[in-house]
Design a protein around this ligand. Structure first.
Ligand code: ADP
Ligand code: MG
Ligand code: ZN
Length: 417
């Protein structure tokens, strides 16, 4: 490997960064050497570089499997801006464009080819891949292969074929949401049995986790904001659209600069509110989970849940939007057993099949365990992602050990009723 083609020199020259973060370099070297990897890192940690750097070092084209067409377009645009030769194939394209991309690949003129899984597995695409040289396969959002995950996509199941057909091409699977159970499922279903696992820390030490018993939740929320985060930017998550509006109105009446956000609002109004949240200081967005994906505001000081999230993955992702700048931030939640009863009923009454119901129930149980724990919240949260840790000193349980309310007994009573 010449000096200009080492991982670090590619990182600097092409991407303009000075150093790798965390395990990035080890992962890059592992792939460059031709081995398989399974990478688990939280959102925003920098998973893309783990395959993008080796793609530029190894001869041939990197085939990147990605489930979302919009994301694909963004990534390809970003890579082109950096001077890399990148293209994508998906179902939204004109025939002409598809031909051009295919020819470019076959002639060895691409560094990256992004493909949606359902297209990759077509005969046409498999034959195409035989005609070019493949640097590596990257399977992004690999948790989509897990039926137990929150984002199962049946198309992902076919991806084990890659290993059968190209046993010598290194593969890297990446995800932000994997419990030990899903991790094993990913490895097994993608045939990644030889892969080395790289697990980054999921801890966000600057976030203080607080879960309070719910009674008069609006008053509790108001008290929390006034006492601990007056004038700060924050996000309040609710389950229903109506509740976002009611709560935003309530907060406004109490002198807090709050706005509602949900998928039922006109697109224009949503864009306007989102822009205001990003631009102005101290705006509180009261939202359903429709808000947040792809929002990058570093100084969100708190995330509050006034309804119980449906899964620990969701809770982790939503609370993770607080304190991206590394400064102290709070993840606050009001939790009542009534929420659990209501969500169980919603699952029971839903039109989903038996499997959906079982999975949703298991996800709710995980969330319940976090709420009911008498251990450190962070220890419990990290344990969910398979990571061991000592009591953190920065959560409600560590700061004020519980004695007053025996939630476990109460929970058992209600849940066994
Ligand atoms: P993920 O896929 O893990 O959610 P991304 O790959 O999208 O994360 O990266 C998140 C952000 O971090 C991007 O803006 C990326 O450019 C930046 N980033 C990643 N690695 C580094 C690094 N070593 N130095 C500086 N910025 C980085
Ligand atoms: Mg990513
Ligand atoms: Zn703690």
């Amino acid at each position: 490997m010449s000096d200009s083609n080492t991982p670090l020199s590619v990182l600097k020259r092409v991407f303009g960064y000075d150093s790798f973060r965390g395990e990035q370099q080890a992962i890059v070297e592992h792939l460059v050497a031709g081995h398989d990897a399974l990478v688990l890192m939280p959102t925003g940690a920098g998973k893309s570089l783990c395959y993008q750097v080796p793609a530029l070092i190894r001869p041939g084209t990197a085939i990147v499997v990605s489930p979302l067409i919009a994301l694909m377009q963004d990534q390809v645009d970003a890579l082109r801006e950096l001077g890399a030769r990148a293209a994508f194939l998906n179902s939204s394209q004109e025939w002409e464009t598809i031909r051009e991309v295919e020819n470019a690949f076959a002639r060895g003129e691409l560094d990256f080819l992004y493909v949606a899984p359902e297209r990759l597995l077509t005969d046409r695409c498999m034959r195409l891949l035989e005609r070019g040289r493949i640097a590596l396969f990257a399977i992004d959002e690999a948790h989509c292969v897990s039926q137990w995950g929150h984002d199962f996509r049946p198309e992902y199941l076919g991806l084990s074929r890659l290993q059968e057909q190209w046993p010598d091409v290194p593969r890297i699977a990446l995800t932000a949401t994997a419990t030990p159970q899903t991790r094993d499922e990913i490895a097994q279903r993608l045939g990644l049995t030889q892969a080395r696992h790289f697990v980054a820390g999921f801890d966000r030490p600057n976030i203080r986790y607080v879960i309070v018993e719910k009674n008069d939740v609006r008053r509790q929320l108001l008290g929390f904001i006034r006492e601990e985060h007056a004038g700060d930017s924050g996000i309040v998550y609710c389950l229903s659209r109506n509740k976002t509006e009611d709560t935003a109105e309530f907060l406004c009446r109490e002198g807090i600069d709050a706005m509602a956000y949900h998928a039922g609002l006109p697109a224009e109004l949503r864009a306007q509110r989102q822009a205001r949240f990003l631009r102005d200081d101290g705006v509180v967005m009261v939202a359903t989970i429709a808000f947040g994906m792809g929002i990058n505001k570093p100084d969100v000081r708190f995330v509050a849940h006034i309804d119980l999230p449906k899964s620990v993955e969701g809770y982790y992702q939503e609370t993770g939007r607080a304190g991206r700048d590394g400064l102290p931030a709070t993840a606050w939640m009001a939790y009542g057993l009534q929420d659990v009863v209501q969500q169980r009923k919603m699952i029971d009454d839903s039109t989903g099949d038996e499997f959906f119901k079982r999975r949703s129930g298991a996800q709710l149980d995980g969330m319940l365990a976090l709420c009911e724990t008498v251990q450190c919240r962070r220890t419990r949260l990290l344990a969910y992602f398979g990571q061991q840790s000592e009591p953190c000193g920065n959560c409600d349980v560590c700061l004020t050990p519980p004695q007053t309310w025996d939630g476990t007994v109460a929970a058992q009573k209600i849940l066994s009723a």
